[in-house]
Design a protein around this ligand. Structure first.
Ligand code: ATP
Ligand code: MN
Length: 476
């Protein structure tokens, strides 16, 4: 076959130089034929759209035509022509076809309409479907949006370690990292494992968050963000949790709670707008096939001001709702962590908007959050201390961001660490930020996959990451 430089399908579909000879390569989505003519829908992953290849049986070897089956990989030389068919401007009249990779009928993506569960069992092939192609192209675009946003705003992309010796972050259960022989562990007289002969000479784990190191960077470079994998060994089998997920964690010096909320809101809106501007065809597909309200919801986010609400005000609204007959499975007394049904009520029923919730009880939040000066009052009664934490709650997703202003006062921070018995023996470096030229600062963590869930309208977090890791699942 004559060598002609390949054109991607996304580019060939934009061309109008009809009569030109082109080469396209890709995977056969479908082939049909009638009266000696065959039609191939060819996709190469560069776009959700297929290019139509038209050929006459008589011009090709029967043995070649027989191998043009669903899933087969082919290379086509042909003439770009205006298409008589509706829904496409152009098509390719095939002159030469080469089978790059045949595909027999054991191909797992033969049938349309396979369930999400089934497709997870063929995660190595599911990017070849329309839906997963769209999801992963959007995922790429969201990564670009994140870098673009922060770069534009003068934040530096800072790389924090994935292997950590600090087990104090408290954000979740950790996976241990060791090269020790698990069948022959060195132990002390109390049966505790001795790590001095382990790879790092101490116990280490995969990080649950880059925040603490991010704070070091913010208190020197001014504004940074991390964007990388995070690991949590929590045994939560929900459609919102993964054991390995990607997190975006900006951290900024010299900001207060209002600045932090402004950043959270502006950042999410920027990412959603990026998707609407850059992923139009994929979003239109998902809007049609997966979630009919998707594009309207995305547009709605950009046009809405997020509600900013204190935890105490949230509790008031929830208790008022219960008085008026609303039933919840879990109680919501001041001091309780809100259950997802409570968050959903506030976001989806009461406000019908994203909610940034702040000023949580100190007892349900992490040790590093800045303690509020004043205690809140509920029904005329003074409550316990609160902290300057913010959770951004989204329709259908629940918590998409968790952030806070950090406690910058050395004594207060140490007091919390001691009171909570946070294991800080390896954390002297963290306290040093408060000891040497401490400054007000804050930041947040956004779960990248939760953002992708929102932007794609997919229902399960396992379907927005190529190879999901969840309890009992580490295939591919
Ligand atoms: P959740 O209450 O939903 O379990 P969290 O409060 O433990 O979340 P944070 O420690 O605040 O989460 O982490 C910051 C962000 O990371 C969350 O707002 C969420 O978007 C995301 N996230 C947290 N845990 C997971 C997980 N297991 N899988 C995917 N994303 C997660
Ligand atoms: Mn959180």
């Amino acid at each position: 076959m004559e060598k002609i430089r390949r054109t991607k399908v996304t580019d060939v579909l934009k061309r109008t130089d009809f009569g030109a000879t082109v080469n396209v390569k890709g995977w056969v989505r479908s082939k049909r034929g009638s009266k000696g003519i065959f039609f191939i829908a060819l996709n190469d992953g560069s776009t959700i759209k297929n290019v139509q290849i038209v050929g006459e049986d008589q011009n090709f070897d029967e043995s070649v035509v027989k191998l043009i089956t669903t899933g087969a990989c082919i290379s086509v030389n042909g003439i770009l022509v205006e298409s008589p068919a509706a829904g496409q401007a152009s098509e390719i009249q095939a002159k030469e076809i080469e089978i790059l990779g045949a595909c027999d009928n054991s191909y797992p993506l033969q049938k349309k309409g396979a369930s999400w569960e089934y497709l997870r069992t063929v995660a190595h092939l599911r990017p070849r479907t329309n839906t997963f192609g769209a999801v992963f192209r959007i995922r790429h675009n969201m990564a670009m949006a994140i870098h673009s946003y922060f770069h534009q705003k003068g934040f530096f992309y800072f790389h924090t370690p994935l292997i950590t010796a600090s087990d104090c972050e408290g954000a979740g259960q950790m996976f241990q990292v060791t090269t020790k022989n698990l069948y022959d562990l060195k132990k002390d007289e109390n049966g505790q494992i001795i790590y001095d002969d382990d790879f790092f000479g101490k116990q280490t784990s995969l990080t649950v968050s880059g925040q603490l190191e991010g704070e070091l960077a913010a208190t020197s470079l001014g504004a940074i963000y991390t964007f990388g994998p995070t690991f949590r060994a929590e045994n939560s089998n929900t459609p919102r949790h993964l054991a390995e997920f990607w997190m975006v964690e900006p951290e900024v010096a010299f900001i207060d709670l209002d600045d932090l909320m402004d950043l959270e809101e502006d950042f999410i809106k920027y990412c959603v707008k990026w998707a609407l501007d850059n992923c139009k065809e994929d979003l239109e597909f998902l809007n049609k096939m997966v979630d009919k309200g998707l594009i309207e919801r995305l547009q709605g986010i950009i046009d809405t001001e997020f509600v900013r609400l204190s935890y105490t005000e949230g509790i008031e609204i929830l208790q008022e709702a219960m008085k008026n007959g609303k039933k919840f499975e879990f109680p919501c007394n001041w001091g309780d962590d809100l259950a997802s049904e409570h968050e959903r009520y506030l976001v989806e029923e009461h406000f019908k908007k994203p909610v940034i919730m702040t000023h949580y009880p100190k007892s349900i939040k992490a040790f590093y959050m800045k303690i509020d000066d004043e205690k809140p009052v509920l029904n005329g009664q003074e409550m316990e201390e609160t902290v300057q934490g913010t959770d951004v709650l989204f329709p259908q997703i629940g918590e998409i961001i968790g952030g806070s202003v950090r406690e910058e006062n050395y004594d207060k921070l140490l007091g919390e660490i001691e009171r909570r018995e946070v294991p800080m023996k390896d954390m002297w470096w963290y306290l040093d930020t408060r000891k040497y030229g401490t400054c007000p600062h804050g930041g947040f963590g956004l779960g990248f996959e939760r953002l992708i869930l929102f932007v794609t309208g997919m229902q399960n977090i396992r379907d927005v990451i190529p190879f999901p890791r969840t309890p009992g699942h580490a295939d591919f």
